[in-house]
Design a protein. Structure first.
Length: 151
């Protein structure tokens, strides 16, 4: 039955532009979805990298292998850290891991250090405060004129 519907003789010109439009729409939708997914995954990778770089001695960490403990030492050159596990009663154990093995951490990412410094002056500010004090604006003179009329 479906084969019969597909095999019907229909004018080629009518179906030709519809099929081209459908293909173009599908391609555009696929490109948009790919761009959105790429942006989201890039943001997640950046957040994970920031969290890994924020780990310092004293932070609690869980590795991808499920080992939990407290960071004792971080080696920036080798990109590793030493993790202390266990307790006083059961005995402490120190293990060395690659920093990429961090799954979760209580380290706080300092977002203010990552952002560039804000410019001192607002870009839309036309005059400095001193210039505005010296030269009253038209709005101020209009307001004072209205106040004079009401008094």
């Amino acid at each position: 039955m479906i084969y019969n519907l597909l095999a019907e003789n229909q004018p080629a010109n009518n179906n030709n532009w519809v099929s081209i439009a459908l293909i173009v729409v599908l391609v555009v939708v696929m490109v948009v979805v790919m761009l959105l997914m790429n942006r989201r995954s890039k943001k997640q990778r950046q957040e994970a990298e920031d969290m890994i770089n924020a780990v310092k001695p004293g932070n609690k960490v869980k590795t991808i292998g499920g080992v939990c403990g407290i960071v004792v030492e971080v080696d920036e050159e080798e990109n590793t850290f030493v993790l202390e596990t266990g307790s006083e009663t059961s005995g402490k154990c120190y293990m060395k891991f690659d920093r990429q093995a961090i799954l979760q951490s209580d380290a706080v990412v300092d977002k203010t250090a990552a952002k560039p410094a804000q410019p001192a002056a607002e870009p839309f500010e036309e005059h400095s405060k001193e210039e505005q004090a010296e030269k009253p604006s038209e709005e101020v003179t209009a307001e004072t004129a209205e106040e004079d009329k009401t008094e």
